[in-house]
Design a protein around this ligand. Structure first.
Ligand SMILES: *Cc1c(COP(=O)(O)O)cnc(C)c1O
Length: 386
C-alpha cells in the first residue's frame, strides 16, 4: 500500500474516522458490550439491545424520523433492494408500476431489471443533458397503478443534486411512495424527514467515515407501510431484516453520522474551497470540460474530461500518484464508458475521457495542489508521446 497516493476517490469509500473506531471498540472484544441484542433473556443481551435502541434514537434525531423507522442493513445496496423488492412484492395486488431513472446506482437499476422479470413494469426516466431529473417528467410518468418512485439524491458519478424536495412534494400530492437513495448525501447535506415527505431513504456508513457493511433503510410510518422481507430467520428489525444485529457496525454508523452532521456546514465550506481550487488549478493549464449541472452540484464530486485524453490512459498514468475513478466502482476491473454520462447525451471524446475526482473534509489544500500538478504533468507527458 502506497501512502503517498493522493486519494481523490472518497465517493467510492472513506476510511473509518478514529473517533468512530474508538466507539466501535466498545462493542467488539472481550470485556466490551459484544453481546447478542436478541439474547434479551440475560442482562448482558439486554444491555446490547438497549445500546441498539440508543443508536437508533441518535440516528433518528439526526435525520428527523422516529427510532422505530430505522432498519439496519448491510449497506445502501441492501437498503435499495429492500425498498424496491419489499414494496413491490408487498403491494403487487395494488399496482405493478415503478418509476426510476437511467442514472441510478446499479443496486437500483439491476433490482428494477429483476423486478421486470417478475412481471413489474418500470419506467426509466431520462435526465436532461446536465444530469438532472425534471420533476415534470416524474409527474408525467405516473400511472394509476404506480406504486413507488425511486430516485437518488446525489448522483455518485457526476455529483448532480436532484430536485428531491419538489419531487417529494408532488408525489405526496399524487399519493405515490417515494424512495430516495441518499448514499452520497447523508452527512453532507441536511436531511430532515420531518419536513420532506420521503417514505423510504437508503444510506451507507462507509460513504461518511463509518465502517463498510452497515447502512440503513429508513421506513417512514413503518407501522402502516407493508414491506416483504428479503431475509427471513430470527425476525430481527420487526421481521423486516433477520440476522444478528452487528452492534459494533451499528455504533460505528451512529458515531460517523453524528460526527458528519455536527460538522456538516464547516465541512461543506471547506470542500467547496477544495473543489474550486482543483477545477481552477486544472483550468490554468488544461482544456477541461465539466460534466453535470454546475449550479446543482455536490462540492464533494467533480466529473470532467481533458481534451484528447482517455479515461483509462489518465487513470493508469496517475495510478501511483493520484487515485481517480472512472465514475462508479466497477467489479469487472475494466473501464466501460459511463452509462450515467451516456444517458445525459454525452458522447465521443467527452464520454471516453470522463474522470471523477471526489473530495473530503480531511483533504488539505496542499494535497489538492499536488494532485493538480500530477494531473497536469501526466497529461503533458501523454501529449508529448503522441
Ligand atoms: C455507494 C453507493 C451505493 C451502495 O452502497 P453500499 O453500502 O456500498 O452497498 C448505493 N447508491 C449510491 C448512490 C452509492 O454512492
Amino acid at each position: 500500500m502506497d501512502m503517498n497516493v493522493i486519494y481523490l476517490d472518497t465517493a467510492s469509500s472513506t476510511p473509518v474516522a478514529q473517533e468512530v473506531i474508538d466507539v466501535m471498540l466498545g462493542y467488539l472484544g472481550a470485556g466490551s458490550c459484544y453481546y447478542n441484542p436478541s439474547s434479551a433473556g440475560h442482562i448482558l443481551g439486554q444491555q446490547a439491545a438497549d445500546s441498539v435502541l440508543e443508536a437508533k434514537s441518535v440516528i433518528a434525531n439526526l435525520l428527523g424520523c422516529h427510532s422505530d423507522e430505522v432498519i439496519f442493513t448491510s449497506g445502501a445496496t441492501e437498503a435499495n433492494n429492500l425498498a424496491l423488492r419489499g414494496i413491490a412484492y408487498a403491494h403487487a395486488a395494488t399496482g405493478r408500476h415503478l418509476v426510476t431513472s437511467l442514472i441510478e446506482h446499479k443496486s437500483v437499476l439491476e433490482t428494477c431489471h429483476a423486478l421486470e422479470h417478475k412481471g413489474f413494469v418500470v419506467t426509466y426516466l431520462k435526465p436532461n443533458s446536465h444530469g438532472r431529473i425534471d420533476p415534470e417528467t416524474v409527474q408525467k410518468a405516473l400511472r394509476p397503478d404506480t406504486l413507488m418512485v425511486s430516485l437518488q439524491y446525489i448522483n455518485n458519478e457526476t455529483g448532480v443534486i436532484q430536485p428531491i424536495h419538489e419531487i417529494a412534494a408532488l408525489l405526496e400530492d399524487a399519493g405515490v411512495l417515494f424512495h430516495v437513495d441518499a448514499a452520497q448525501a447523508v452527512g453532507k447535506f441536511a436531511i430532515d424527514l420531518e419536513k420532506t415527505p420521503i417514505d423510504l431513504l437508503s444510506l451507507s456508513a462507509h460513504k461518511f467515515y463509518g465502517p463498510k457493511g452497515i447502512g440503513c433503510l429508513i421506513i417512514r410510518n413503518r407501522r402502516y407501510l407493508k414491506l416483504e422481507p428479503m431475509l427471513t430467520g430470527g425476525g430481527q428489525e420487526f421481521g423486516l431484516r433477520s440476522g444478528t444485529l452487528p452492534t459494533h457496525q451499528i455504533h460505528g454508523l451512529k458515531a460517523a453520522l453524528a460526527l458528519a452532521c455536527n460538522c456538516q456546514t464547516k465541512n461543506y465550506t471547506h470542500v467547496c474551497d477544495l473543489k474550486r481550487q482543483f477545477i481552477e488549478g486544472l483550468q490554468q493549464s488544461l482544456s477541461i470540460k465539466i460534466h453535470g449541472d454546475v449550479a446543482h452540484s455536490s462540492p464533494y464530486i467533480v466529473n470532467f474530461s481533458v481534451k484528447g485524453i482517455s479515461t483509462e490512459a489518465l487513470i493508469n498514468q496517475l495510478s501511483a500518484a493520484v487515485a481517480l475513478s472512472s465514475g462508479s466502482a466497477c467489479s469487472s476491473g475494466t473501464i466501460d464508458p459511463s452509462y450515467v454520462l451516456r444517458a445525459m447525451g454525452i458522447e465521443g471524446e467527452d464520454l471516453y475521457g470522463a474522470v471523477r475526482a471526489s473530495f473530503s473534509q480531511y483533504h488539505q489544500y496542499s494535497e489538492i495542489s499536488a494532485a493538480v500538478r500530477h494531473i497536469i504533468s501526466a497529461v503533458q507527458r501523454m501529449q508529448e508521446l503522441e
